[in-house]
Design a protein around this ligand. Sequence first.
Ligand code: IMP
Length: 431
Amino acid sequence: MPGVVIVGMQWGDEGKGKIIDLLTRDASMVVRAQGGNNAGHTVLIGEEEYKLHLIPSGILHENRQCMIGGGTVIDPKVLLEEMQGLIDRGTQLKGRLWISPCAHIIFPYHRVLDRLYESSKGDRAIGTTGRGIGPAYSDKANRIGIRMGEFIRPDLFKKALKSVVEMKNRELVRLYEAEPMDFETIYKEHLELAEKLEPFVSSVELAVDRAIRAEENVLFEGAQGTFLDIGNGTYPFVTSSNTTAGGICTGAGVGPSAITHTLGVIKAYTTRVGNGPLPSEEQFLDPHEAREVGTTTGRVRRMGWFDAVLAREAVRLNGVTSLAVTKLDILDSVESLKICTGYSLDGKLVDEVPTVAEDYARIEPIYEELPGWRSDTHEMKEMSDLPKNAKRYLRRIEQLCGVPISILSVGPDRDQTLILEHLFTQKAASY
Ligand code: IMP
């Protein structure tokens, strides 16, 4: 039963989009399991650039079934715009894109509250994407969320929305002295959106189970990254879903035995957007030249050196089987590369990320330095083609993480990738 999970090993933006797109060639089904339009993948196919937020990039491959699982939160307007964008470019969606009735809906009050919560948090503000993600997941946990299955049934939807809008208005007006929201306006607008989405709603969970039982190759794509996980990440500077491999199983409605390989995607250095700790932070390259500007919000990403403490923790938290190292080429011009191998906290050596936010500021990264390769790796096709120092850098990463590299990316195009192991068949390729 070949089920491959792809998970980000840092704070998102590891370049999962390209790797997912690549592995989709061997899969018949791709499943998105958590998060919402806080995520963003850029996929480059020839000259065409596709920016996707909710729909699995598998949609760009003919005949692949693409699933949006019950663990996601969906802004219906954004999803429909994304769908229309694909239809306009000739992509067939009918019969290929399916949305779980268990997925939760993001409403306008979630977006408003996201901003109000952020602005009242002071220096504990997270720097969210402002897409209403946290408030939508709060409503899910609070059991007042509206799910896709209810959303597409006008009578049930009306009743549920009326009661929630009343609650939200009490919060907006009394707590934040903000304008109340008009139930009729939201209802009318969303009724139309629900009607358009209805033909795509079906039991994703059942379809995934059938595919796995039929021994088809199923790809589970994680969104965000390990350290944005609500439980295991750098809390409170995290998103509101479980972004690790276990959360992907829950969000897709499968058990862990469905997973045969967990691929951890990790950049050859580290980045993060939004607030929160980044122990190895150093802006050692121009973020525009390094293509470190967000797909979703256009924000410039913070940069840092490769952090092996984080990487090891991500291997452990996800049960990572192998690594996909991305953006090695970005380091082509760097003279000397640092790798963070440990942290010192108040003079004591620590080997894991602290659990209390206040301790992050006192972390001192411990570095080792390796010489750069100062040559172009974009055209490299085999591991043996790589400059000696690039191989040395990668070997050190493998050693520090305790798992092998199975995929290496040296540029944004599909063909700028070295495949060292075929994950669905587990066959090693020229390595
Ligand atoms: P939220 O998910 O919008 O609530 O944002 C919470 C934190 O997660 C913020 O620091 C965001 O910048 C970050 N975040 C959310 N989604 C992504 C992503 O797809 N990539 C990188 N960071 C993300």
